[in-house]
Structures are given as structure tokens and as C-alpha cells.
Design a protein around this ligand. Structure first.
Ligand code: GTP
Ligand code: MG
Length: 342
């Protein structure tokens, strides 16, 4: 009983029979006709070739392939880390985002005028890219979390060196910890005469942030969002953490993403910024989000450049929505307009 036919296994793995049979032959399996019975050992071996984690059930033979199995991601391309900036009121989040955005324009492609689309990408001289969510603050973070949209890879915690750790600093730490998102500390306003970064560090450590200087793994960078000091180091810290965590995503599958923001624009109708998480979003694709759907008419990046394709980690403004979707809505690609219209 612990056996499965070639065609049934192909069905479970979701591959067509012809390439499947070729695969079996390449694995040294002699008989590959559709009704040939494979024993559980063979079937497991084959399933693993397709990145699946088979569970062999002794009664029902092999029919249980858990969907949410941990996958070996190392075969997929790297994607940009997605970063949210958080911190107490007036500690300099907006100023920091503006400064980072300017470096993105300066490094810039053609055009050079940034569009506010709720997220933007910074290309570093090293060819690496960081995507920043431009809708910082606890409300946006919580809204997305509540909808199960785990968009952020990294939280940059801004703490003003002249003001120190404040209630919303602690709130941000809690949010990040609850979501299991690593923190990089940016001690801001170090240009100020009353800046006291030592005090900030001590205070953070008392609140459970394990800084590198005491053998922890939280990086801490001193910056001035106003003068631009330390911004390169902050970007480096983000890249270091991204390399450590090895963020990757499939590019050749149907697009998945999340709505960052949406609005109605004159002459364009309903527009929404989509952050692509997996797969590649293409012009002409049909996507759904919440109760709304969209045939992607026009896509543009944060510099207003129109795009035909958006790989993982890319924020794009998408025109063509029936209604404006909500921030935090999950975006999925539909295979057929008929299905969506039904
Ligand atoms: P909210 O959005 O209200 O929470 O504030 P925020 O965190 O976005 O702070 P914002 O960027 O608006 O900065 C608050 C004030 O601090 C502004 O007057 C900034 O010019 C000033 N500021 C921000 N960064 C620096 C810095 O590095 N040095 C100095 N001296 N001032 C700064
Ligand atoms: Mg602000």
C-alpha cells in the first residue's frame, strides 16, 4: 500500500507528465509509465527533488504534502530589504526619509523628481538596493500587521540624541519585537550641542536592546538627518543585516504583494501603490486586493518612470483599480479576468 503511481505523484507535485518522466529517468528510475507504482522511498526522493518535504503516511501511502513547508530559498534571487523607520515624535523620521530619498534621486535615473508613492527605493553605489516604506509610524505598521501583512524586514529605530528614549521609542521596540523584526538603532541629531548618544545607548540597553558593543546583535549608528552625517553608515548597516538574513524571493511565479496606500487621482482614477513581495508584476496582469481588482494599465516607480515589470521588493504605483483598495490588503494575481469578474 505504501506506493503511488507516477501520474498521481506528478499531479501532487503539479508537474506535467512528460517532464516528470524525464526527471524520473534522470534520477535512475527505470520504469516511468504513468501507472507504474513508485514505493515511498522513491516517491520521497523525487518529491525532494522538487523542493518538497514529503511526509510518508503509512496508511494512505504518500498523499500528504504540507503546503507551508520551509523551503530552501537559496536557489532564488536576492531581493531588496524592506525597511520601516519608527521612533518618537519629532525625533527626525520624516527628515531622515527625505534625506534618504534625496540620495536616491541624486544617484538617480532620468527624471529626478520623486513621487510620493508611500515607498521608495535607494540604489547604493554597490548596486544594492534598499526599499523604504514611506508611511512610517505605528498606525501604518499596526494596520498592516493586523491584516497579517508582514511587509517589513527591518525597523530603523530613530532616537534623538538630545531627547533620548521616549514612550513611542519603547512602543516601536515592542512592535518590532512582537513582529519578530530586527532593529537597527539610528541615534539622530548628533549635530546638536546637547546630543548625548551615550545616554541613549545605556537607556536602550536597559530596555532590552542588545547592542553590538556589549556582544548583542543590534547595530547602532550615529546620524544627523539634517547634515547627512552617518547616512552612508546607516545604509551599510542595513545592507549588512540584509546579507546576514539573506532575503530572497521567487521571480518567476504569479505576483504577490501588499497595498501600501491608495487614492483617487485626477485623470487616472483609482491608483494604489503595490509592494511586490514575490513573483513579478507585469503590465496587463490582473490582480485582486480585498474586494477590489485591477487590470494593471500603467505601472510607475517612485521616480515617476513607467515600468513594464516589477520584481520582488519593488514598490510601484498601479493605475487601473475598480475601487481603491485598503492599506495592508494582500495583493494576489488572478489568472483570468472572468474569474475576477464573476
Ligand atoms: P513626527 O512625524 O511629528 O513624529 O516627527 P518626525 O520624527 O518625523 O520628526 P521630523 O523629521 O519632522 O523632525 C522634527 C524636527 O527635528 C524638525 O525641526 C527637524 O528639522 C529636526 N531634525 C530632524 N533631524 C535632525 C538632525 O539630525 N539634527 C537637527 N539639529 N535637527 C533635526
Ligand atoms: Mg514625521
Amino acid at each position: 500500500p505504501e506506493a503511488i503511481t507516477v501520474s498521481n505523484l506528478a499531479k501532487i507535485i503539479c508537474v506535467r507528465l512528460a517532464p516528470f518522466e524525464r526527471k524520473l529517468r534522470s534520477l535512475g528510475i527505470e520504469y516511468t509509465t504513468h501507472d507504474h507504482l513508485l514505493n515511498s522511498e522513491e516517491a520521497s526522493l523525487i518529491a525532494m527533488e522538487y523542493d518538497l518535504n514529503p511526509i510518508v503516511d503509512s496508511i494512505a501511502a504518500i498523499d500528504l504534502f504540507p503546503k507551508a513547508m520551509p523551503k530552501d530559498m537559496s536557489i532564488y534571487p536576492l531581493r531588496p530589504p524592506i525597511v520601516t523607520i519608527m521612533g518618537h515624535v519629532d525625533h527626525g523620521k520624516t527628515t531622515l526619509l527625505d534625506a534618504l530619498r534625496k540620495t536616491s534621486v541624486a544617484a538617480g535615473e532620468v527624471g529626478g523628481i520623486t513621487q510620493h508613492i508611500g515607498a521608495f527605493s535607494v540604489s547604493l553605489p554597490s548596486q544594492k538596493t534598499i526599499t523604504f516604506l514611506d508611511t512610517p509610524g505605528h498606525a501604518a505598521f499596526s494596520a498592516m500587521r493586523a491584516r497579517g501583512a508582514h511587509v517589513t524586514d527591518i525597523v530603523v529605530l530613530v532616537v534623538a540624541a538630545d531627547d533620548g528614549v521616549m514612550p513611542q521609542t519603547l512602543e516601536a521596540i515592542k512592535h518590532a519585537k512582537d513582529a519578530g523584526v530586527p532593529i537597527i538603532v539610528a541615534i539622530n541629531k548628533i549635530d546638536k550641542h546637547d546630543a548625548n548618544s551615550r545616554k541613549v545607548r545605556d537607556s536602550l540597553m536597559r530596555h532590552g536592546i542588545e547592542l553590538e558593543e556589549v556582544g548583542g546583535d543590534t547595530q547602532c549608528v550615529e546620524i544627523s538627518a539634517l547634515t547627512g552625517k552617518g547616512l552612508g553608515e546607516l545604509e551599510e548597516a542595513i545592507i549588512t543585516l540584509a546579507e546576514l538574513n539573506d532575503y530572497r524571493a521567487e521571480v518567476d511565479i504569479e505576483a504577490e504583494g501588499v497595498i501600501i496606500e491608495s487614492q483617487i487621482e485626477k485623470g487616472k482614477g483609482n491608483v494604489a501603490t503595490v509592494l511586490v513581495k514575490r513573483g513579478t508584476l507585469k503590465q496587463g496582469d490582473i490582480i485582486v486586493a480585498g474586494t477590489s481588482w485591477c487590470k494593471v494599465r500603467i505601472m510607475s516607480d517612485d521616480k515617476g518612470q513607467s515600468l513594464k515589470q516589477a520584481p520582488p521588493g519593488t514598490p510601484v504605483k498601479v493605475v487601473g483599480w475598480r475601487e481603491t483598495p485598503n492599506t495592508g490588503d494582500e495583493v494576489l494575481q488572478a489568472t483570468d479576468e472572468v474569474i475576477v469578474g464573476a
